[in-house]
Design a protein around this ligand. Structure first.
Ligand code: GH3
Ligand code: MG
Ligand code: MG
Length: 521
């Protein structure tokens, strides 16, 4: 017997039913041969035989039905057998009741069987049919003395059948109710388990993404990996995510996955204008996930997919957004720190440390590949008097302005640095001495022609610079001698009247330019 998942009733196997009916048939046949065929009354004998035949015929019918009908509906089968069982039982009770009433127990058993299979009210009706059959057989029995029927006793027997049927029905109903409850609890536990598993998956994805994002400061390359990991918990095959600087309307970070190239291009540069995202594609929708410190995180995907996002999905996206914002801030700070570490604050030129490092690199490269490089050492003439006349602040402004002039004169690849105080230097990779001389002269001339603003903003200050030029390999082969040679040349330009360019005196065998006096102004 198995609990029925649908009806909450006992589901009897039709095979078991057939076996029990067949055993009952054998029993009835045995009873006939051992006892009933000796009954003195031929009426009782015939009725008994009729009852047995009806029973056996329907048992055979059940067997045939079971073999021929696939997926035989057991309850329907019992509906069919009930009336014939009632007839058979009435006949059997009719012929045996007056003697020992053995079929009373039979009626009771069958009524219990119906109580296990059908719901209580219906089982009761079927029990009532069986009781009715019993009563008809019992009262109609010719052997019973009509004047001597014990009505109270008969009533007790009938009520006992009904009560037991009702009781069995009640027990089974309770049992199935408990089974239903247990099943519901199992469902609840399964649902909780699924939610827990999902939450664990989400936490794992967030942890994974956090690790990926924070594993590098140059984290732009990790964008697709972030989206791929997100997809493990949020079922959106194509999406892009942006971190936008609201104040500048600038995309600081963008990553896309599974999008066509044209869409990626369209959404790669979302403009944040007047608090509105400039997205028009009707198939796409964007969701603002986070707004923090002038930065917003926007997630874009198919509109239907965005609408279908659940609360859990949004929590995951917001957690990832928070990490992205921190990572973008860290990356920005890292880039700024990196820039500050190599930049001179006052002039925004490279600082002394960076210059030294680049000198090492470039001289190494020049020596390795047989290339040239030149170096200019620049010193402002009589800068002390500028400070003395106009004040230190104006002096600082002159230095900053001079930095701008230097940068505007040289090429992108040249390295302009503040060497210290009011001294500057320019590293010219792949430039020979004559080329360097021309650059130095351009610088000298640009500074000389420029007028720097005084405290009132009047462009009244005139400064000049002296420049020493040195070249690898013409004047030097390593950094120390290159710096020394440039410094010596600078000293020469100071010594010969300032506002001029000088290169070191060199041996005639290495000479390729006229080193002294040519560039005098
Ligand atoms: P010279 O032609 O011989 O170079 O004369 P000079 O007055 O420029 O002398 P020197 O090269 O020794 O210059 C040093 C002066 O530069 C001293 C100091 O007042 C000024 N100076 C150095 N660093 C700074 C700075 O950061 N700001 C300002 N305002 N002045 C500076
Ligand atoms: Mg100086
Ligand atoms: Mg000076």
């Amino acid at each position: 017997m198995l609990p029925s998942p649908n009806k909450g009733r006992i589901e009897l196997d039709s095979m078991a039913f057939l076996v029990v009916r067949s055993a009952a048939s054998v029993f009835l046949l045995g009873l006939y041969f051992l006892w009933a065929r000796n009954l003195s009354s031929s009426l009782e004998r015939s009725v008994f035989v009729a009852g047995v035949i009806v029973w056996i015929v329907y048992t055979i019918g059940v067997g045939v039905a079971r073999v021929t009908i696939p997926n035989l509906d057991f309850q329907r089968l019992m509906h069919v057998t009930l009336p014939f069982d009632c007839v058979a039982l009435a006949a059997l009770v009719f012929s045996t009741s007056p003697a020992v009433d053995p079929f009373y127990v039979w009626v009771m058993l069958e009524s219990m069987l119906y109580a296990t299979v059908y719901r209580r009210a219906r089982a009761w009706i079927y029990s009532a049919f069986l009781v009715l059959a019993y009563l008809i057989g019992h009262i109609a029995s010719p052997a019973l003395d009509p004047s001597n029927i014990n009505l109270v006793f008969l009533l007790m027997k009938v009520v006992a059948v009904l009560v037991i049927g009702w009781f069995v029905g009640l027990m089974i109903e309770r049992q199935s109710y408990r089974a239903d409850e247990a099943e519901e609890r199992i469902d609840d536990v399964a649902e909780l388990n699924a939610r827990l598993e999902r939450s664990v998956g989400e936490l794992r994805a967030i942890a994974e993404i956090t690790e990926i994002i924070h594993s590098t400061l140059d984290f732009e390359t990790v964008g697709p990996v972030v989206l791929e990991t997100l997809q493990k918990v949020i079922d959106i095959p194509s999406a892009c995510i942006f971190v936008i600087d609201k104040s500048k309307g600038q995309t600081l970070f963008s990553a896309s996955r599974g999008l066509r190239a044209d869409i990626t291009r369209t959404y790669g540069q979302i403009d944040y204008v007047n608090g509105d995202l400039g997205v028009s594609d009707e198939h796409f929708a964007c969701l603002e996930l986070l707004d923090h410190n002038q930065m917003i995180v926007v997630f874009c995907a198919d509109g239907a997919a965005i609408d279908a996002l659940g609360t859990d999905d949004r929590i995951v996206l917001q957690a990832v957004s928070a990490e992205l914002v921190v990572a973008v801030e860290n990356s920005r700070l890292y880039k700024l720190t990196k820039r500050l570490a190599i930049t001179d604050e006052l002039t925004d030129l490279y600082n002394y440390r960076y210059l030294q490092q680049r000198l090492d690199d470039e001289i190494g490269r020049a020596n390795r590949y047989g290339k040239q490089l030149s170096f200019l050492m620049i010193d402002i003439d009589d800068f002390k008097s500028v400070n003395d006349t106009f004040g230190h602040l104006v002096g600082d402004a002159v230095l900053a302005d001079l930095g701008r002039i230097l940068k505007s004169v040289v090429r992108e690849v040249d390295i302009v640095a503040r060497y210290g105080g009011e001294e500057f230097s320019v590293l010219l990779p792949e430039t020979d001495a004559s080329g360097a001389f021309i650059v130095a002269e351009k610088i000298r001339e640009a500074v000389s022609l420029n007028r720097f603003p005084d405290a009132e903003g009047e462009r009244s200050i005139h400064v000049t610079v002296s420049i020493g030029v040195a070249n690898v390999p013409l004047h030097a082969e390593d950094k120390e001698s290159l710096l020394r040679q440039a410094d010596d040349a600078l000293y020469q330009s100071k010594a010969t009247g300032k506002d001029r360019v000088r290169a070191p005196k060199i041996r005639l065998s290495r000479l390729d330019i006229s080193s002294e006096g040519e560039a005098e102004s």
